[in-house]
Write a protein that binds this ligand. Sequence first.
Ligand code: SF4
Ligand code: SF4
Ligand code: FES
Length: 488
Amino acid sequence: MLDFFINGKPVQAEDNQTVMQAAKANGYFIPYFCWHPQLSVPGNCRICMVEVASDGQVEGEGWLDIACNMPVTRGMRVFTDSARVRARRKETLQFITLNHPVDCGICDKAGECTLQDYHYEYNGSPSISTDAKVHATKHFDLSSRIVLDNERCILCTRCVRFTHEVSKTHALGVQSRGDHSLIRPVEDGAFESDPYSDNVIDICPVGALLSKSFLHKARVWYLRPTPSVCPGCERGCSVNIWHRKTEWKLKNLDARQNTRIDRITPLENPAVNGPWICNKGRDLAQLFERARATQAMLKGQPVDQAQAIARARALVDAARQPVALVSSWGSNEELAAFDAALGRRMRSYVKADWQAVAGERLEDELLIRPDKNPNSAAARSRFAPVPADIGTAFPPDTDLVLVWGEGFSFAELPPKAKIVYLNSYLQPENGHADVFLPISVQTERSGHYTNFQGVVSAFEACFQKAPDVADAQTLFEALAPVPAKALP
Ligand code: SF4
Ligand code: SF4
Ligand code: FES
């Protein structure tokens, strides 16, 4: 450990830490644009300037240098907020905003933009320049998912370094020089096919890189992030699901805007995904917002939920050879409830609710895993997977199959067996089941998933479920056999 001083207070740094890292670890804030804890250090934006005093010097007499690229040395005395530091930051901001447009009122990054925040904190003055701003491409299609506004870009190169150092597609670069510099994709389409490309939207410190799917959809201060887990593969990345705050509920516009997913961003979790997620994780709204099943049915005929539960219960009680196909999207709590209620009553197998779709990356060394279900590990710790020879899952006298979740063709079920089906989405199979019960999706309940490494992550509810939609956990409890009465 190295002893040194920040703003006159003794602090400690680990060997090889920079002033930026040590200051952050000790709770001191130094502004930064180009520095990112997971990327290399280019030292190009100069906003992280601090004052360093040598022996005998006091605050105001030291030299100015950037904190992100300066190693801590024993006894060093750093001032993060001296008058000279604040003056230099102000000059730096004047420089960075020389050609930056005053777009905040229409910029999607407003509310999350560090340039805006630092301008108010360290500058706050109008531009001293009398020259016209240099104009650049205002709307450049960086990919089918991302639009680039070159006028807003401050050339921190975070996006470029991300593709070189994290996603390793080497898909972005800087073209030309000086105030004509432009971020551009390489011409082989590598950025378009980079499955992690949208992370550059989060790490861009300004509103230069914007998500087309979120563009002009909502002001971020009207939205709330709910912590959740991506169910897109067995990595189970931690994510924030952004949706409208109840206090900002829309009353006169389409009410569905109050219950829709506005965007999904990574929730930093060093044990699982660090600060990144893949693009599939960002597109979860397409999955969760498919047409929902909200009506219980008996052989396709609508009935109320209590009738459907009673019929399912009667079928379970009467069955002699019942089989269950358990969901790999069920939470740990739901799996435990199923196991406690029906695990010994039924021969149970775990099915893969989802498979990779055509063109989807199967796996890589960063995050993406081959099993496209979030809770296979927990489900398989309780039940065997569906056998490759599906026929062996069903004994000849199978008289009931309980199917929980998607991903299984009814054509493969024994033709004479009764079917109890629990599913969340509108699908043709729903009407073919003897009993169909609509169940909630992940965004309507809380719970936990266990990923392939055994890490347990929690998800919380964002929205209320429809009145006739049940949680699978409650249904399993309702279907549990009644214990035989003790003899008097
Ligand atoms: S687009 Fe954003 S992340 Fe990329 S260099 Fe410009 S400011 Fe930095
Ligand atoms: S790597 Fe898997 S869990 Fe993570 S965001 Fe992508 S699909 Fe979701
Ligand atoms: S954060 Fe240090 S130079 Fe950019």
